[in-house]
Structures are given as structure tokens and as C-alpha cells.
Ligand binder design. Sequence first.
Ligand SMILES: Nc1ncnc2c1ncn2[C@@H]1O[C@H](COP(=O)(O)OP(=O)(O)OP(=O)(O)O)[C@@H](O)[C@H]1O
Ligand SMILES: [Mg+2]
Length: 1008
Amino acid sequence: MFTEYLKLLLLATGDYVWLDLKTGREFDVPVGAVVKLCDSGQIQVLDDEGQEHWIFPQNATNIKPMHPTSVHGVEDMIRLGDLNEAGILRNLLIRYNEHVIYTYTGSILVAVNPYQLLPIYTPDQIRLYTNRKIGEMPPHIFAIADNCYFNMQRNNKDQCCIISGESGAGKTESTKLILQFLAAISGQHSWIEQQVLEATPILEAFGNAKTIRNDNSSRFGKYIDIHFNKRGAIEGAKIEQYLLEKSRVCRQALDERNYHIFYCMLKGMAPEMKAKLGLGLARDYAYLTTGNCTECDGRDDLADYSSILSAMKVLMFSETENLEISKLLAAILHMGNLRFEARTYDNLDACVVVRSPDLVTAASLMEVEPKDVMVCLTTRTLITRGESVTTPLSVEQGLDVRDAFVKGIYGRLFVWIVDKINAAIYRPPSCESSVIRRSIGLLDIFGFENFVVNSFEQLCINFANENLQQFFVRHVFKLEQEEYNLEDINWQHIEFTDNQDALDMIANKPMNIISLIDEESKFPKGTDATMLYKLNSQHKLNHNYIPPKNSYGTQFGIQHFAGVVHYESRGFLEKNRDSLHTDIIQLVHSSKNKFIKQIFQADVAMFLCGYQQPSTPTPKGVETRKRSPTLSSQFKRSLEMLMRTLSVCQPFFVRCIKPNKSKKPMLFDRELCIRQLRYSGMMETIRIRRAGYPIRYTFGEFVDRYRVLMPGIKPAHLQEDLKGTCQQIVSVRLGKQEDWQIGKTKIFLKDHHDMQLEIERDKAITDKVILIQKSVRGLKARTNFIRLRSAVVFIQKVWRGYMSRKNYHIMKSGFIRLQAVCRSRKYYRSYRITRRRITLIQARCRGFLIRLAFWRRLRAVLTIQAYTRGMIARRLCQRLRAERQRRLEAERQHLAEEEQLRNQMTVRRAKAEAERKHQERLFQLVQQQEEQEREEKEEARRKKELLEQMEREKEQPVDHSDMVDRMFGFLGDSGSLPNQDGQAPAGFEVKMRNESWKTVKNKDKYFF
Ligand SMILES: Nc1ncnc2c1ncn2[C@@H]1O[C@H](COP(=O)(O)OP(=O)(O)OP(=O)(O)O)[C@@H](O)[C@H]1O
Ligand SMILES: [Mg+2]
């Protein structure tokens, strides 16, 4: 019914969807994606990995709408609408990409290893998380630690925290963080607290090693029980260790190392001490180089060694004990360097240990005879019916014995160290019943794993995880039931099956797998094949058991909670027996070293015990020596104890997830993560929830989320009857017959109810959104139109104004020109008339003036002429008078002389003489007169010449600048005259020239 809806919903760009690529791979789940394009017939989506996909309409079933809670991630994944593997994976991915590594799934904390130091473990963070309820603050390992602590105090109940995950997922780091938090909040820093904290470096040195998956991989499981007094301060702790990987002491895979302690010792030990123990460099020892790796990036073996020594001091390891430990470690290394040579005795394969300094040093460090070591490693003594038979060992067998011995030493040394630590930090509970002691247990244990080849240890590990899973599932189921009870919900019909069947088959029911392996291990003639045969015949009908594919197959499978694991049966019995041969025990017994004897105490005791009752004849030749317990029985026992402890605790679960195999930050391998999620058993929580009512909302949340489906319903904070409103919404929308329930504070829904409600809500919201969009778009369009119109009007107004102004200006200038033309014509006409008149007047005036001047001049000329003539006449008259005078004088003289001469001469002669003299004087007079006339003429000519020269000069052109210079030269040329700066107006110069010219002309005129 909703398929059409779904398709419709998918069509919106930006919607989030689940994309199922259907690759068929085991760990493939739908990936989140966002719709990029959907209007071209096909749908284009971009998935969380950044890949683009085109979905064709016929493949539309590959995509499903994503629940809104999955879009941006939630802090508690139980609230996810898409409560499935894909939803959980995507939620972790989005948060991881934002550097948020912690997420809840109900009460479980999921921690994704960041592979980088995040600033979230500061003292401030510790303060922030102290005394807060889960959910009050964002998910954090500190929140779990805090709840453990305060629940313990409030409820007076022991708490435990089960931290699981695969190798390198961060279990040990999480354990350390919880320990640090507890130490920080539990009160004052005490010595015992320090001792508890210092146990970690020692355990890590002896029990951790570099593997390809983790540079600090714990090769053992541990349960740290921290004890608190009634004031809440740490008063002690107890450490339980499980299943140390002893084989690592002798062999390491490529790029892996032996336990850290060997490398630390060789790097950090004082040279004299090293010389005493005959030690060299790490590369000199076969046991340290099988992985071809002696260095570990990021670890400082030298510094680690000193912190190990100081931690040992804090935990009361004496100097002698330290020395003994070092001696044993050195002996192990020397043993690893022993060389075996093949021999044949009595047609039997045999071997000898090549005498070497390593052999001597190893023997001296263990304080045994080198030849005893040689014998122990090359022969085997069998005791049958009280008789001992010695048989030689082949080279391979010899090497196996040596390795078994070394593993035996290291395994027991590790147990001794843990016991030693416990001796320092464990305080037995007080006998007084009033003194109550509470504890918080931290279980850092290997998670469920499925390798290509799974050995006996893997079966033990997976068996432990199977137990923990059951514990977990029951706890989750219990929590679920508690919630239903609390809410008064009818939960009778919730059915859930856990992994009890698998557990029964492995360890509980008679003839279970572990007991069969155990039985076969105790049976001297038992082999891996006979064991497998028994397993097959006993369990082949069990659906949890997968027999080998054919009669030659050596692998059998078990259906675990997280999937089928195939185990390689070869080597099962040997590993399970975990016993050292009597020769080795005897060698240890012969040692003078008390320490080695101490760590082998139980074995030696059992060996001796076996020898004290040797000769009692036993039927069928069965060896009577007491056997040390098998590995599986030891493990089973310690696991039972652990489960008993856990069962009385209030548990918290931390599931660590490794995001990638390359130990890199910000790299999220989806397949790897989904595999771990499956193995973590977290899906069981989901299954249990799904079996009941997986979706639950508080009334307030429900009303606020779905009130959109019922018009007229007010928000939750304005509601008086929230429960009634919820009921109203749910019965109208889902129907009264549907299987939903209303509790006291919450409403419980099935998955499909949530889907239906979500789709309807989506549709209702979409309708409302469309309405809002419509109105808003209308409003926007109208506003836009009005703005546009007013803009257009404004532009028009401005344009018209501009055009009018422009036309006006054109017209105005036209009129002005017209006016000017008319005026000019008018003026021109009047000017011409005026000019004519003026010219006429001027002509008249000039005529008048000229005539006037003429008459004046004429008069003047006449006057001058008159005067001149008068003057000339007077001068002439004077000259004539003077001439007449002179003539008269000359006459009188003439007469006088004649008279005088008459006296002297005859009258006639006197007269002639007087006449001649008179003529001479007249001649002189005429000459004088002529001379005067010439002078006068000369004077007149000079004057005339002067006049002519002046006339010529007048004709010459006038040089104005010269004239100005001549006139104003005295002023100098320092600058322009005041108020006369700048360029003269146009035409000024012309005017001035004309003016000056006129002036000059007038001057000349007046002058002339
Ligand atoms: N919370 C964290 N912050 C930063 N780095 C971390 C955190 N948790 C784990 N790591 C990194 O991951 C590495 C492996 O973590 P850890 O040793 O705790 O893994 P493990 O689950 O104990 O693995 P194993 O089972 O091999 O012992 C650490 O050495 C550290 O570098
Ligand atoms: Mg670890």
C-alpha cells in the first residue's frame, strides 16, 4: 500500500535513502545515500562512500527511504527508526567522521577506535561526567565508568563492565580509561590505588606483544576486580588472567614480535647484568626473530623497561625476584638458540643437542646440569607398570620438547607474576559483616573471532564469548522485560531464543564437545582423529554442529551466535593436555633454583604424588600418575567462576569496534565493521527489541512528532491529557485493532506502525510544506512584481523626465538662437541706420571740423603769411633802408670824396675817381647783399631738409614694444601688474593695437 508513497518520496532531490547494492557478499548491507537527481526518469544517488549510482525505475526496489533518525545520526542507536545493521553501521560512520567515537545502543556503549589521540579524556571531561546519569551527557566511556561507580554506591551492588571486541579494537585502552576514571573520582590518591594502576604496565610487558593487528596486543584475557570501601575509595583489586598465548614465546608470525618484556629487557638492562646473564641483542635470539621484527614503531623499549622495573617496585617485587625472573627469561632465550643434530640409534631416529655456550648458560641460569638438559630434550622416559623405558627422540620431537618446556616456563612465570601482583593489591574481605565491600569488575577479553584456520584456543575463546553472549542477551532481555513491567505492558507473547543450545552442545549437556575432547586427551591412545570421530558420532545430528565434509576432513564446525566457525582438529589434544613431560618436571625438580621450582610447584607436587603410589598394579596398564588438569577444564572452571561473578553484578557492556585494519585514523571499512557488529552480538539487542515493541516514544515526544496528523492538536507542553491525545492519534491513524500498546509514560509501537506513521507524517508535512511553499512563493512573486512595477514606473519617470529635459533644452537653445538671430537682425538694421546717421553726422561734423580747421588754418596761414610777409617786407624794408642808408652813405662819401678829390685833382678826374670808389663800394654792398641772401637761402634749405626728414620718420612703422619699453622701461620686468594677472580677454590685444594705433594716428594727426 505504501510502495507508491515510497516511490513518490524518493523522487525528491536531497532525500536520504538506503541503497541495497545486492552484491551477495556476506557482510554487505544497504548503504546510505542521498538523492542527487530524480527528474530525468532515472534516479542519481551519491552513497556514503562517495560513489555515484544511477537507479533505473525497474530497480526502484533497491532503494528504500531512510528514517529521519538515520539521516544525521543519534546518540542512542536504539532510537533509530531503521533499527537494523545498515542503520547502526551508518550511524557509527557519520559519528566517526565527526570524531565522535562513542555511541549507545541502549545500555551498551559502542566505541569505535579512533586510532588517534582525541582531546576527550582530560581532567575537565572527568569532572563533566562525574555523577551524571547515562544519557544526560553525550556517550562516553567515562559515562559508563561513572554509572558503574555511582550505581555501586547507590544500589549497594557489585558492578561489572564487559569490554569486548576483536584484536586492536581498543579493549585494553578502554579498560585503562575506566581504571583511570575510577581512580580519579574515587577519592584521594592512595598507595593501593597506585599499585592497582601500576599492575597494568607489568601485565602488558609479560602478556602483550606486537601483532599485525595491534602493536600492543594483549595475548591473554583478564578480569580486574576493583574493590571499594564503604566510602567509595579503592581498597584493593584482584586480577584474573585467562588463556595466555604461550606459543608466541617460541614462534611469531611474520611482522610480529614476542612478548614486549624480552625486547625491553635486552634494550634496558644494565650491561653488567646482561653480561652476567649472557645476553646480547634481540637479533641474536631465534625466539625473538621468527617474525623478522624486533622493533615496534611507537614503542620505546628502553623507557618501557624502566617503567616496568619501577612498577615492579611499587608492586613489591623484590630484587631477588626480579633477578630470578630475568634469569628465567634469559634461559628461555638461550634455550631457543639450542641446535639439534639428528642421529640414529638401534634403527631409531634420535638426536643430540649440540654443545654450545647457549646450552651451558641456559643450564646455569636454571641451575641444572647441562647434560641433564641434553638428556631431557633428547629422550623420553615412559613409566609403564612401574618400569621406566627410555626412548630417543627425533630432532622434531626434541625441538617440540624444548618448546613445550619453554612455554611451560613462560606460562607459569606469567601466572606467578599475576599471583604476585594479586598478593600486593588484594586484601581479603573483612570477616566483620558490618564492613561491606563493593566491587567493580572490568573484563578485557578477546572477542569472538573466525580465522582461516581456527585452533583449539580459538574454540576456548569462542566458547567464552558464547557464554558472555548468553549473559548479555539475558541481561538485555531482562532489561526489556523490566521496562515492559515498569510501563505495565503486556509482554507475554514476546518470544526469544538465545544461544543455550550451542552452549549446551559445547559444554553443558553430557557428552558435550569439551568433555569429549577432555576425555580423549586423558586417554593415552587418544588422537585428534579419534576425538573428531567421537565428536561426529555424538553431535552429527545437532543443528549447531557441522561435521567434516568427508571422512578425510579434519575440520568440524560449530554454529556460534555470530556465525559458523570451522575448527582444525589437528593439535587439539596436545594443546588441551597442556602437560609437561615427566622428564621436564624431573629436570625442574633437580634444579637448585628455588624460583623455578616455585613456579613449577604444582607440577612437581603432582609428579611426586604420582611417584609416591607407583607400584599399585593398575588394570589395563593405565598410567597412575596424577594428571594435571587439561587446558579446557581449567578454562571452563575459570569461566564458570567468571560467569558466577558476573551474574551477581549489574553489568555494563562496551563493544569496541576496529574501523580498519591499517590502524589509520578516519578510515571506516564498512565490511570489517559490520562483521564486528555481528560478532559483538549487538544485533541480539535489536532482535529482542524487534520481538517486542521496538519503537517507543514518551507521550510528549509522540504528540509533538505526530500531532501534525490530526489537525487541531496542540503541542505537548499545552496538552493536559497527553496519554489521551496519544491514544486518540494512534487509534485514528493506526486503528484500534493494531498491536500497539500504551504504557504509563510511553507508547509502544511495532516497526511497521512507525513506518506507517512516519510516511503519513511525511505526507502531512509535505502537504503543509507545499502549502507554505505555495504561499511563500505567491508572496514572493507578488512582492517581486510590485517591486518590479514600481521599479519600472520609476525608470519610466526618470526616462521621461530626462527626455523632456533634453527636448526642452534643445528647444530652448533653438529659441535662444532664433531670438538671437531676430535680435541681431533688428540690431543690425538699427545699427546700420544709426551707423549711416552717425556716418552722416560724422561726415558733417568732420566736414564742419575740417572746414573749421581749414578756416582756422587758413586764417592762421594767412596770419602767418601776413606776418611772414610783414616780417619779410619789414626785413626787406629794413634791408632796403639799410641799403639805402648804405647807398646814401656811399653817395655822401662819394660826394665827400669828390669834393676832397676836386681839391686835389681836376673836377673831372676827381669826379671819375670818386665815381670809381663809389662803384667799388656799391659792388661790395651788392656782394654783401648776395652773401646774406645766400645765407638765408642756405638757412631755408636746411629747414626744408629737416622738415623732409621729419616727414620721412613719420612714415616709418611704429614699434609698440619699443615704444612701451621706452615709455615704461623704468618699471623693469619683474612681474605682471597688480590686478592684471593672467590671460587678457580675447580681442584685447587687437583692440589695444587698434587703440594704440588710433592714438598714435591721432597723436600724429594732432602733432602734424
Ligand atoms: N580511545 C582511544 N583513543 C586513542 N587510541 C586508541 C583508543 N582505543 C584504542 N586506541 C588505539 O588502538 C590501539 C589498540 O588498542 P588496544 O590495545 O586497546 O586493543 P585491544 O582491543 O586491547 O586489542 P587486543 O585484543 O589485541 O589486546 C591502541 O594501541 C591505541 O593506539
Ligand atoms: Mg588488549
